[in-house]
Design a protein around this ligand. Structure first.
Ligand code: PLP
Length: 412
């Protein structure tokens, strides 16, 4: 007899993107003419080509692999030094942070890393998760058996939910109960909000006071436009003692289909065993990665390193400018249509309040049917996401302009 992991059965059957797909299919079948002009602003995936410096690095790394003299087999398990050193220098030292190359562990995705980190953390941890949220943090805790079942509202027993609404500018208040693991993501997917240094410092103080760990997802840091917004949790004093950071090349350099990311685990960061002894998490994560992962491929790590060359930096900046230009066009259109708009200034997501408190799936259907545009209903990201919808700025300029026009023409 073989048995399943029954915790999977607690997950909601209708996951967000399959449900969106189902409704879009229904629409295209019923309206073939309108469907020809369908524009997707739903899923958070990049649309523009990889930077030229990345393509050049890929080509030359592939040539190296085709020559016996320069061929490479298994990569170092935690990543090639050339990439780890480039990351330490450009993403951390250049911003005044003290993160060494060997604290950076290269992987093929921040999604996997933010999911897999649970392997090294105890199941007795109390988990705090923002609501709305990138679904990975919640679903992986459900899969690992860290929660009870979901209630009728979709809230899982045992999770400390941190509601993020316009009342708190989408940065959660410090809870009045202790949490051991806190997932934070800024700039935020889905709300497009950023957290200031003072707001993050309050979380670092809380984490240090409670012996908790902040799991900080900075996948969108490159989209920050305001000079004083923190790009990393490690810009906050004391964060080395209480935080792990996830970063990715997916959104800044367009690597969603290329796959490269990294996780920063400071050498001094510890967590306890049941007897109360401290253990360094860096060693545990290294052990986990070395056992379950055989490294990101050599050409891909060369491609990621090319992001840090002078040409690569300029090309990434141009990509960000392109998407943030779209964000501006979409924000302005939504505001001109009389909608209440958040985000979109330091992140590629625009978070819009539904008119008259309409349910977000109703607005999804309305925008699909009236404008042939796919947005994401806020309810799909959590209960506190109800009453909002997300417009993604990942698109061509022509599509962003067309979506802006259609939003303006709709009867809201
Ligand atoms: C897109 C995204 C990532 C990146 O994940 P990858 O696996 O590196 O592509 C991480 N976190 C959030 C919140 C995201 O939206």
């Amino acid at each position: 007899m073989a048995y399943i992991n029954e915790h999977f059965l607690k997950l909601k059957a209708g996951y967000l993107f399959p449900e969106i797909g189902r409704r879009v299919n229904e629409f295209t079948q019923a309206n073939p003419d309108k469907a020809a002009g369908l524009i997707r602003c739903g899923i958070g995936d990049v649309t523009e080509a990889l930077p030229e410096a990345v393509i050049e690095a890929l080509h030359s790394a592939v040539d190296e692999m085709g020559n016996r003299e320069t061929f490479r087999g298994y990569a170092p398990e935690l990543g090639y030094d050339f990439l780890r050193e480039a990351i330490a220098k450009h993403d951390y030292a250049a911003r005044g942070m003290d993160i060494s190359a060997d604290e950076i562990i290269v992987s093929d995705g921040a999604k996997c890393d933010s999911a897999n980190i649970l392997d090294i953390l105890g199941s007795q941890n109390r988990i705090a998760i923002t609501d709305p949220v990138y679904p990975v943090y919640l679903d992986t805790n459900v899969m690992a058996g860290h929660t009870g079942p979901a209630d009728d509202a979709g809230l899982f027993e045992g999770i400390i939910y941190l509601p993020c609404t316009d009342a708190n500018a989408f940065v959660p208040a410090i809870p009045d109960e202790p949490a051991d693991l806190i997932y934070l993501c800024y700039p935020n997917n889905p709300t497009g909000a950023t957290a200031t240094k003072a707001q993050l410092a309050a979380w670092v103080d809380y984490a240090k006071a409670n012996g908790s760990i902040i799991l900080y997802d900075a996948a969108y840091e490159a989209f920050i436009q305001d000079a004083d917004m923190p790009h990393s949790i490690f810009e906050i004093e004391g964060a080395r003692d209480c935080a792990i950071e996830f970063r990715s090349f997916s959104k800044n350099a367009g690597f969603t289909g290329t796959r490269c990311a990294f996780t920063v685990v400071p050498k001094g960061l510890t967590a306890k065993d049941a007897a109360g002894n401290d253990h360094p998490l860096h060693a545990l994560w290294g052990r986990r990665v070395a056992t379950k992962f055989n490294g990101t491929s050599y050409p891909i790590q060369r491609a990621a390193a090319a992001v840090y060359t002078e040409a690569g930096q300029a090309q990434v900046r141009a990509l960000i400018d392109h998407y943030m230009g779209n964000a501006k066009i979409l924000c302005e259109a939504a505001k001109a249509a009389g909608l209440e708009v958040f985000g979109g200034t330091n992140a590629p997501y625009i978070w819009v309040k539904t008119p008259n408190g309409a349910p977000s799936w109703d607005i999804f259907d309305k925008v699909l049917n009236e404008a042939a545009v796919v947005i994401t209903p806020g309810a799909g990201f959590g209960t506190a996401g109800e009453g909002y919808f997300r417009i993604s700025a990942f698109n061509s300029r022509a599509n962003a302009e067309e979506v802006a026009k259609r939003i303006g023409a709709m009867a809201w």
